[in-house]
Design a protein around this ligand. Sequence first.
Ligand SMILES: Cc1ncc(COP(=O)(O)O)c(C=O)c1O
Length: 310
Amino acid sequence: MGTPFAYFRGQFVPLSEAKISIMTHAFNYGTGVFEGIRGNWNEEEGEIYLFRMADHYQRLRRSCRIMMIHLPYSDEDLYAITTRLVELSGFQEDVYVRPMAYKSSEALGVRLHDLEDDFAIFVTPFGPYLDVERGARCCTSSWRRVEDTGIPARAKIIGIYVNSALAKTEANLKGFDEAIMLDERGHVSEGSGENLFMVADGKLYTPPPSDNILVGITRDTVIALAREELGIETVERPIDRTELYIADEVFLTGTAAHITPVIELDHRPIGTGKRGPITARLQGLYFQVIKGKHPKYRHWCTPCYSQVKR
Ligand SMILES: Cc1ncc(COP(=O)(O)O)c(C=O)c1O
């Protein structure tokens, strides 16, 4: 049930009508930025909750600043358009919301300046991305994570995803579920679309933003839940590849991947080779939180069906 709608050129239209020209600058050069926001279906309440929408739009604004994209909407406008779009689409399942701000001029010439910008959003049903129960078998990618000196990974830039696509396809074609990328210094950076955590001696470790990660909102959620609910602090520090081989647990975090255990890396089992206890506890909490079922974190969840004026 449901029909996908888009917000395109200032209007709500059926997704099938939201089309751009093949001359669009962002299509030719990757000069756009985007977000991925999950809308989580809560069956009992008949509600879709957008998870940490305000934080996603804050990151979109930061990406826009780096890419010199003008976004002529207030935060309130963005929130209202997004909830209305989900409501219009009417899905009764998990959805993915994809806001995009991009260089929309139909013009040749690689640059960021002297171009028009536009903003669009689409919504589409979106189930599991990786197997959160069984976990993921991963390999270390032969592709290195892009550096801040080349393309800034802290911005969610459309063109940057070539780096992720190269790594993901290499991993999948070799028979793995996901790739883990190192940066140019050989530090563990992240998965093709996920941040990474390691559990060692009861503590959590994750690479710092300066190791060329996209600073994830799920990463921040996990750091908060671990501290607040499990009393476990997260240490942000550079991580070497072989530290992962001997870790007690490793997991990936992301809007698409939620919290996915890494059960194997480069043909070596991580810990017991099964989802570890800290990963399992964090998953239990996280799935409550994102569906609006944990009162303490309800402020992270925006309902689309019950609070929007019809
Ligand atoms: C490259 C990359 N790293 C990390 C993440 C995780 O970020 P978030 O938790 O905000 O979805 C994503 C997903 O957006 C990503 O594409």
